[in-house]
Design a protein around this ligand. Structure first.
Ligand code: PMP
Ligand code: GLU
Length: 392
């Protein structure tokens, strides 16, 4: 009865785990939730005020398919001021979250069976999005030695005559790694040389701790022309439920994205868009405060993790995740199928800590921890993880 496409699609692990955890908490269980990547902050006050104000002046009618003029103007200014990127209004399409901006881009560029390179570990939804629009994900292996980053050599291992695009997540969910300018330049030039589009998912761009963030499209005109930059308000502005993201690309691609969006959803909620415009124009201080708090949390989490040498990791320089290698416990867990799922289930049942199994991101010897929670929660969670590991 259902489309054959569904046969190869797995529901989102992150969303499913988060649903299970909410149920357990409702039942009265004391769970530390390190699973979903959702900021625990409220949205900035001025953004909320702008939405209330927009509602009270009835800003509730259909508007421009590509997004409110005021919001696109704010996005262009942000890209110019912060990322050294020059775009016109016509290059920006505002969508229902970064997820939607990515899917629009895939629909705009992929023909049936076109291949899309997806470096591992990847964010959970990429392969399913690619398959849903008729493309084929081709996975690229990375290693701890290259800090789970791709290089032109690694990219070359996945190339074929059908390669159309590569996903580049910077900072990375789940590993938290951040690419340097030099690394991005090499990747960008290589992709231009090979004629591969770069889908640059920069949704965690404002949450970087140790060095300034570089947007790959800012490195040259030819790289910019081949790049679709994706960003959104869910992470930096803690606006997950308001569903605003956007793409910035060359005019031809932006026009295609806009016409796709016009048929599928018209545009995202006007009220959310007014909130997003205010977030960009008036709430930079709040973003800085959140970032500082994430940095302190990262430092706490990493210092606690250093006391558990059996869980190797790469120090995250951005986003709010830790990518932990659990391979040292492989002979201590009984599993028939996915090891990381079995490990995560035991940790939840016996240790009362919820994490996301690495298999969701393409690597079964890992788990992902989200530290978008209070410092006390982080301390208590690591205490529980340590006790749990001692029982194995
Ligand atoms: N890309 C990455 C890397 C993410 O972690 C997420 C998580 N939400 C998204 C895209 C989608 O974000 P949004 O809420 O804007 O759809
Ligand atoms: N991106 C977040 C995560 O990885 C939110 C969940 C989702 O959108 O899938 O946990």
């Amino acid at each position: 009865m259902l489309s054959q496409k569904l046969g190869s699609i797995t529901p989102s692990y992150t969303i499913e785990i988060s649903r299970r955890v909410s149920e357990l908490i409702k039942e009265g269980k004391d769970i530390i939730n390190f699973s979903i990547g959702e900021p625990d902050f409220n949205i900035p006050q001025k953004s909320m005020n702008a939405m209330i104000e927009a509602l009270s002046r009835n800003a509730t009618k259909y508007d421009n398919v590509s997004g409110l003029a005021e919001l696109r103007k704010a996005i262009i200014k942000k890209l110019n001021d912060e990322n050294n990127l020059n775009y016109d209004t016509d290059d920006i399409v505002v969508s229902n979250g970064a997820k939607h901006a990515i899917t629009n881009s895939l629909i705009a560029l992929l023909n049936p069976n076109d291949e899309v390179l997806v470096p591992k570990p990847y964010w959970v939804s990429y392969p399913e999005m690619i398959k849903l629009v008729g493309g084929v994900p081709v996975f690229l292996e990375t290693t701890k030695e290259t800090s789970y980053k791709v290089t032109p050599e690694i990219i070359s291992s996945g190339l074929s005559s059908k390669t159309k695009m590569i996903f580049l997540t910077n900072p990375s969910n789940p590993s938290g790694i951040v690419y340097s300018e030099d690394e991005l330049m090499k990747i960008g030039n290589y992709c231009v040389e090979k004629g591969i589009y770069i889908l640059a998912d920069e949704i965690y761009e404002r949450i970087t701790f140790d060095s300034p963030f570089v947007s790959i499209a800012s490195l040259s005109e030819s790289i910019k022309d081949m790049t679709i930059t994706i960003n959104g308000f869910s992470k930096s502005f803690a606006m997950t439920g308001l569903r605003i993201g956007y793409s910035a690309s060359n005019k031809k691609i932006a026009k295609a994205i806009s016409s796709i969006q016009g048929h599928l959803v018209s545009h995202p909620s006007t009220i959310s868009q007014w909130g997003a415009a205010a977030a960009l124009n008036e709430c930079r201080d709040e973003v800085e405060k959140m970032k500082e708090e994430y940095k302190q949390r990262r430092n706490i989490a990493v210092s606690l993790l250093d006391k558990i040498p059996q869980l190797p990791y790469v120090n995250p320089q951005g986003a709010f995740y830790l990518w932990l290698d659990i391979s040292n416990y492989k002979d201590k867990i009984v599993y028939d199928g996915s090891y990381s799922v079995a490990f995560s289930n035991e940790l939840l049942q016996k240790g009362n800590v919820a994490v996301v199994p690495g298999i969701a991101f393409g690597e079964d010897d890992f788990i992902r921890i989200s530290y978008a929670c209070s410092k006390d929660t982080i301390r208590e969670g690591f205490k529980r993880i340590e006790s749990f590991l001692r029982t194995l």
